[in-house]
Design a protein around this ligand. Structure first.
Ligand SMILES: C[S@@+](CC[C@H](N)C(=O)[O-])C[C@H]1O[C@@H](n2cnc3c(N)ncnc32)[C@H](O)[C@@H]1O
Length: 208
């Protein structure tokens, strides 16, 4: 619904036919960190109503996107496969087959209750689910973006990312609303050997 006091980013999104003002967060992350460059397959978690998906399609004409959300996606395009379900119920092995995304994005956010600790905990849970998906499915060298509400679990999340990505950044885009406690973590270059580290000695793995 149009509102007389819409902020400049909401107005800009409407003028540029984007589904949500969130698009300018991804635009800034991409402008500063170049995460989309050359991506052929992108996993967009928490994709509805669809502005991040729109941005990826516009920037990368040949990209394919696997989008997931509880709510409907308002964007239709032959390059999108949309699964309307909670991330917890997605069977990625069926959805991806032998393919691996170059980029995993998560803008997932819980419905805020106003109870700070609860909202932070739920946001951490969603960001952790997204990280697990990235660690399991992302191509080695691939990039990861996740939104998190600032709170106690912040440093723990940062440590987990540093273990698995060559470079980790935190970014609070200019278009983030002033009162919002959200921040974006960017993991660049998934270390290709992380899954080998868990191989027990004596397993016969050739490098032993
Ligand atoms: C801020 S919105 C995403 C906006 C989107 N990036 C865009 O640009 O249009 C957060 C989304 O996370 C979704 N979400 C929350 N919990 C989820 C879950 N467990 N599984 C999948 N999506 C979830 C919500 O339904 C909501 O659409």
């Amino acid at each position: 619904m149009r509102n007389w006091n819409d902020d400049p980013f909401t107005k800009k999104a409407r003028a540029e036919n984007y589904e949500a003002r969130s698009v300018y967060k991804l635009e800034e992350i991409d402008r500063r960190e170049k995460i989309l460059n050359g991506a052929k397959l992108i996993l967009d978690l928490g994709a509805a109503p669809g502005s991040w998906t729109q941005y990826c399609l516009k920037k990368l004409p040949r990209v394919r996107i696997l989008a997931v959300d509880l709510s409907p996606l308002n964007v239709k395009d032959a390059r999108i496969t949309f699964l309307q379900k909670p991330i917890e119920e997605v069977k990625f092995e069926e959805a991806l087959g032998a393919e691996r995304p170059d980029l995993v994005l998560s803008d997932m956010a819980p419905k805020t209750s106003g109870i700070h600790e609860r909202d932070v905990a739920l946001s951490f849970e969603l960001a952790s689910l997204a990280l697990n998906v990235a660690l399991q499915w992302l191509k080695p060298g691939g990039h990861f973006v996740a939104k998190l509400f600032m709170g106690d679990s912040f440093e723990e999340y940062d440590r987990a990312l540093r273990q698995h990505f060559s470079e980790v950044k935190r970014l609070r885009p200019e278009s983030t609303r002033k009162h919002s406690r959200e921040i974006f973590f960017i993991g660049k270059g998934l270390k290709g050997t992380h899954f080998l580290l868990g191989i027990p000695k004596g397993s016969g793995y050739p490098s032993e």
